[in-house]
Design a binder for this molecule. Sequence first.
Ligand code: 13P
Length: 342
Amino acid sequence: MRPQQLIETARALVADDKGLLAMDESVATEDKRFAELNIPQTDDARRAWRELIVTAPGLGEAISGAILFDETIRHSTKDGIPFVKVLIDAGIIPGIKVDAGLTDMAGHPGEKITSGLDGLRERLAEYSTLGARFAKWRAEIILGDGIPSRACIEANAQILALYAALCQEAGIVPIVEPEVLMEGDHSLERCREVTEEVLQTVFDKLYTQRVMLEGMILKPNMVLPGLTCPIQETVDEVADATVTTLLRVVPAAVPGVAFLSGGQSAELATARLNAMNARFKARLPWALTFSFARAIEEPAMEIWRGVDANTHAAQQRLVNRALCNRAARRGEYAASMEAKQG
Ligand code: 13P
């Protein structure tokens, strides 16, 4: 473990009101997004989309770190420059998703567990030589009748803690992502209760596994009503519930909390982050920032649609979305900042 290096990287990831871009979709997830927009689901198209992102002029103004996928960390631009070098030259720290995805949890119908611990020490060593300075691991907690079970919460929290300890051993900052899903008709209160229990459990296991809190980032869900819940609270109510929950369970030693967007619309995710910072920033012990995939990429992908001629306009929209989120870190976002036409 190199404590000072971990602390410096974690601080750099949340410095200057910037945030993270999660461009770490697996091949299956990226192909699904492409299919929805009739973009060919090919290696070339995935590489071109990722090149569009990493070469977007000005991206480093709003993005401190980019989470790559195994395929992407090995990719280069069509002119042969490795993506990792393009990012570093733009002032963006390269990171890597290291979990191997979800599997059904034995004995617990409807619940998932994240795999990928086998061989992780060796994979982290390789990613470190490829330039990754931080990593991500996502656990998924599903809300439904009788779930999540205590067993699911504990197992996922334990695995997250083992992953985080291995990352720190390798000098890599772990992004710890226990995502309570927004799919379902549950209330905001139910999401709040479960998020609190999950985060309590995660920090308990992180402590037991001797993870250094100053050298990690938490990536949680916001506390939200289910997507199909008939009562949808206001932006300010979501901000209050989320911050209240985090203050109860996230130790002050953690440098940053970087939210996933989880399927919220891009603008709503930004407005909610903005409300949290506008209302509470002066009282918070950690930075409240973003680690969005869809809420930064989706509007740009809708402009691009796999067509070269749309690349420039798509890049402008991507950077505009990233800058809107940077403004939300300052509590200065307004819907009028959205450059809808790219
Ligand atoms: P979304 O912002 O699209 O939820 O993705 C964030 C992420 O990295 C999920 O693991």
